[in-house]
Ligand binder design. Sequence first.
Ligand code: ASP
Length: 332
Amino acid sequence: MKNILLIATGGTIASKNNGEGLAPAISSAELLSYIPEIKELCNVDTIQVLNIDSTNIQPEYWLLMVDAIKENYDKYDGFVISHGTDTMAYTSAALSYLVQNVDKPIIITGSQKPIAEAATDAKKNLIDSFRFAVEDGVKGIFVVFDGKAIIGTRAKKTRSKSYSAFESINFPYAAYIDNSKITRFTKSEDVKDKIKFYDEIYPSIFLLKLVPGMEPDVLDYIGEKYEGIVIESYGVGGIPFNDRRNFLNKLGNLTSNGKIVVIATQVALEGSDMGVYEVGMKALKNYSVLQAYDMTIEAAVTKLMWILSQSKNFNEVKEKFYTKINDDILID
Ligand code: ASP
């Protein structure tokens, strides 16, 4: 039997109503007590690194999860992390950058309903996660939710209430998991290099969503406070340069001050392609900016957090940003 470590961090799955709304209350050992049948599948140990609503997740807390995996990496065949759904996609992307060359399964899961409630998706999601974690050949970081396994850099919470809360963005599901079988659609690549754990993160990244009417001087403020900025622009990506509100000069100030700017899109599917329109080309040709292409916003933001902890040099950042990690980007 394989040995799996459950790393609990809180979320709805572990929540109870304390009279002021749902809040995490259940320990990791109690979580396991709701799925006694798991003993027939694998040996499970458990540790609790946090017990918080994932709205309260901080980038520094990802390093606690990294530590828990690092300390136990050789002792276990795989890991299941229970986590709130609200920022789960940020955590799954962040862990994809902070733990690389992963040759074992690291599965992140949670639920839309608490495990203690009669009608809950928690037990299925937990059991599915353990089943995927003991499946031979599964390597890397995944979200398992509502019968689907999603590559950690491709997950996005797209529904706030239904059990089917997560989608795989611009990439196939890694697997369907049902009661009788696991059907895999992606193959975990052979891992050539040794597992690498990173112990630093640069939390100060700003995500700006453009709306018509926004004043360009917002970029002055952001530039004073942040080293990295992801701009959620429109469509395939562009920066407004209409006389009334022209963002290009402000963008130029940011980049000439050494700030790292990534232009992404607020459209959830298919990603950016800034060479198509003049609004994109003007920014791309005249300023040192990056674009997110098919990456999720969660991946773009956390990849910058990981990269900027190592370098703030544009060319170094560019090279790392466009290097594929855990299938986060399709360009070569
Ligand atoms: N607010 C909860 C959390 O993210 C929601 C959930 O887990 O589904 O912790």
